[in-house]
Design a protein around this ligand. Structure first.
Ligand code: NAD
Length: 358
């Protein structure tokens, strides 16, 4: 099969890590008989430099016409002082909206070989954990009205942000979570604050109703404050963590941090169509950009997610994930995950090791 992939290398370490990931896809193509055609486009800081804006209509069109989008990372100190409407990160919001991407999928798993990097005690992590955070991306308080007004009781100006969720928005993200759980450990933990928020009560009622369509999947409801505690207390209890936009923003970072290795974690943003946007969870790491030492694994694993979720190529996705696992088991490490005294591979050496194991 032929697949067209729009590639946004972005800023900072983006070009270094995405180049390795593209080579991995080419290796998969050779082995399994697929052709991946890449079309590189600009977004983020590099687009501001070239076009004066972080996201052009041309980039949006090319991404819309592609089968999927691979993204490195955008942003960096060079663009920190541009007006907020033109910041590099605006490109991500623009792309998500233009491509109708409403679900953000972030696996957070602990590789046994990297157990020492996990900040949680060994007695707590036990056999490790394998969580997928399924976060709604286009609703909630981030997309409600933001305004200021005078407080009624003379306390001065107040900031207001409307939080809302419609039944439709909750239904479609809930179905994604249950479908994902079906091919994993068959458990969804839905996170809300239904003891306080009306938005959360709509969320909980809707998730409960959708759960009836998936009798083989266990549903648990959990308040967000408890979920934040349970993630560090016993992360092994979670399979799919279903959350709204605000709670998911915080919990997905917490789930990532307990793996101990930000350079290892991929993510997918998906919508109704097969097309998605796949990117590492980390940023553009300006402190190490250009040094050839960035860890390319998160981006390489993002390609595995693309193969599985957008193209339905499970065996090919497994091949990438297994190669990464073997590279780690063989002691291969980039600087961010190396133990003291351990030799660190460069970005391209790690990419090559993984390709050789496919
Ligand atoms: P960051 O994730 O870029 O870096 C945090 C730390 O992790 C740094 O020490 C960095 O060197 C390290 N790190 C990150 N990825 C790594 C990798 N692959 N290998 C080895 N080490 C790695 O976060 P930050 O410093 O807060 O942000 C830097 C820039 O990235 C900012 O402009 C921010 O807005 C942007 N950003 C972009 C995205 C995105 O494009 N999706 C996400 C987050 C941050």
């Amino acid at each position: 099969m032929n697949y067209n992939i729009a590639v946004i290398k972005g800023d900072g370490i983006g070009p270094e890590i995405v180049s390795e990931a593209m080579l991995v896809l080419e290796k998969i193509g050779e082995k399994f008989g697929h052709t991946f055609k890449f079309q590189e486009v600009l977004a983020g800081g590099c687009s501001i430099d070239a076009n004066g804006i972080p996201l052009t209509d041309e980039t949006i069109e090319i991404c819309k016409n592609a089968d999927s989008v691979l993204l490195g990372a955008v942003g960096g100190p060079k663009w920190d002082n541009v007006p907020s409407a033109k910041r590099p990160e605006k490109a991500l919001l623009g792309l998500r909206a233009a491509l109708g991407l409403f679900a953000n999928i972030r696996p957070a798993m602990m590789y046994k070989a990297l157990a020492d990097a996990c900040p949680i005690k060994k007695e707590i992590i036990g056999d490790g954990f394998d969580i997928v955070v399924c976060r709604e991306l286009t609703g909630d308080v981030y997309f409600g009205n933001h305004y200021r007004k005078e407080s009624d009781c003379g306390w001065g100006e107040m900031g207001c942000d409307d939080m809302n969720y419609s039944v439709y928005e909750v239904e479609r993200i809930a179905r994604r979570a249950f479908e994902m759980a079906r091919v994993r450990s068959k458990k969804v933990t839905s996170v809300d604050k239904a003891n306080v928020l009306e938005t959360s009560r709509v969320w909980r009622e809707t998730v409960t109703r959708i759960a009836a369509e998936y009798p083989d999947v266990e549903l648990q409801h959990m308040y967000v404050d408890n979920a934040a505690m349970q993630l560090v207390h016993s992360p092994g209890q979670f399979d799919v963590l279903l959350t709204g936009n605000l709670f998911g923003d915080i919990l997905s970072d917490e789930a990532s941090m307990i793996t101990g290795s930000i350079g290892m974690l991929p993510s997918a943003s998906i919508g109704e169509t097969g097309r998605g946007m796949y990117e590492p969870i980390h940023g553009s790491a300006p402190d190490i950009a250009g040094k050839g030492i960035a860890n390319p694994i998160a981006t390489i694993l993002s390609c595995a997610m693309m193969l599985r979720y957008s193209f339905g190529l499970s065996a090919e996705a497994d091949a990438i994930e297994q190669a990464v696992g073997k590279a780690l088991d063989n002691g291969c490490r980039t600087a961010d995950i190396a133990s003291p005294g351990q030799t660190a591979l460069s970005t391209s050496e790690m990419g090559q090791v993984i390709r050789d194991l496919i």
